[in-house]
Design a protein around this ligand. Structure first.
Ligand SMILES: C[S@@+](CC[C@H](N)C(=O)[O-])C[C@H]1O[C@@H](n2cnc3c(N)ncnc32)[C@H](O)[C@@H]1O
Length: 353
């Protein structure tokens, strides 16, 4: 799914060496090499094992110049991605900063990020480094089941006599499991209602489905567009009902993978109903409008209340009349006056007033 931490660290490292070049600094390259060595020394830490003692040391160090720089980096990320950094982000960054000894080099790099913002190539790398892409098919099944049982029939009823087009947005879609799940459930429900039939490896229907998946990470959007997923026990299919696996084809086993999990690829007739785009949710305007359903789950936790409110207004603007919004199971709607609440046992959705 996401690229390795090492790759991300290399990108950050590249930022500093690029900066040196662009400043035509007379400093010898040995600084950058030393930096790279230190980053390589980080590799054993990638196990993800939590070490309270190490964390304490990191906390202490955050009191010195590294701490001041960390705060500046955190506010750059918050300004551009809306992400309020939590303890785990902080530790990730401190591990990074802690290995750097050249204060002025790092300060220059942070200053250049502050001044250039989006025009600085490394800002995207920094955001990629800090975003969490955890997702899988049919995640939080109660929400999907609820939408299938209540929201889909309402849309079918509304559109039966007009343009039979269903438009869905999966905002912050990560590697694509959420938008593909929505397509598969829509197709399965159309078949169940006899509005569509499965024929020779495809679907015959006069309904059209258009699902847009967006995310702030360009790498994860590339993964989503590929539509290829590993079938390991902790992989993308951990929550997928067996009956819905018919929408995937078995791919080749990965020869380098000792456990040799089978890969599955989304069947072409499913894939062609999905579109993927880079989109930052903190942009004030939606990427498109007229959506019948918007899913935006497991991302609000990274935003402060003001950003949540602003993002939810963008989601509201994206919905067409009577459109339904689904947030993460623990998310709170900050603009309840704009929606009708449908709270059910195990799931909630909001309909645009
Ligand atoms: C944990 S994943 C959630 C994926 C999927 N929605 C789900 O619930 O399984 C969170 C995603 O939010 C994305 N993200 C974080 N900040 C964002 C922003 N400001 N705009 C768009 N996407 C963002 C991350 O890149 C990541 O892929």
């Amino acid at each position: 799914m996401a690229s390795s931490l090492e790759e991300k660290l290399k990108l950050l490292n590249k930022g500093i060496s690029d900066l040196k070049e662009s400043n035509k600094s007379p400093k010898p390259m040995s600084g950058a090499n030393a930096l790279k060595n230190k980053m390589d020394a980080l590799k054993p830490m990638n196990s993800g094992i939590h070490k309270p003692v190490a964390n304490l040391q990191l906390r202490k160090k955050s009191m010195d110049w590294r701490g001041a720089l960390l705060k500046r980096v955190m506010s750059i990320v918050e300004k551009h991605a809306g992400i309020t950094l939590n303890n785990s982000h902080e530790e990730k960054l401190l591990r990074q900063i802690d290995k750097l000894t050249d204060q002025s080099e790092l300060e220059q790099w942070v200053s250049s990020l502050e001044v250039m913002g989006n025009r600085h190539g490394d800002l995207q790398a920094l955001i990629e480094y800090l975003t969490v892409h955890e997702t899988y098919f049919y995640r939080d099944p109660q929400q999907f089941n609820g939408v299938r049982e209540e929201v889909f029939p309402e849309i079918f009823k509304r559109k039966l006599s007009g343009q039979k087009k269903i438009k869905v947005w999966s905002a912050a879609c990560s590697s694509g499991e959420e938008p593909y799940t929505l397509i598969i459930l829509l197709l399965d429900e159309l078949i169940k209602k006899s509005y569509a039939s499965e024929k020779s490896g495809g679907i015959v229907t006069d309904w059209s489905i258009d699902v847009l998946g967006t995310d702030i990470s360009s790498k994860i959007i590339q993964t989503a567009s590929r539509g290829l997923y590993s079938g390991g026990p902790l992989g993308s299919f951990r929550g997928m009902p067996k009956a819905l696996m018919r929408f995937f084809s078995e791919g080749e086993k990965n020869a380098n993978n000792k456990l040799a999990f089978i890969n599955y690829t989304v069947k072409p007739f499913v894939k062609k109903l999905a579109r993927f785009k880079l989109f930052n949710l903190t942009s004030n305007r939606p990427p498109e409008t007229g959506f019948d359903i918007v899913f935006c789950r497991n991302v609000m936790i990274y935003f402060n209340d003001d950003v949540k409110k602003q993002v939810q207004k963008t989601l509201y603007d994206a919905l067409g009349p009577g459109g339904a919004l689904v947030l993460g199971p623990t998310d709170i709607l900050m603009i309840p006056e704009l929606f009708t609440l449908h709270r059910r046992r195990g799931y909630t959705y909001y309909v645009k007033k």
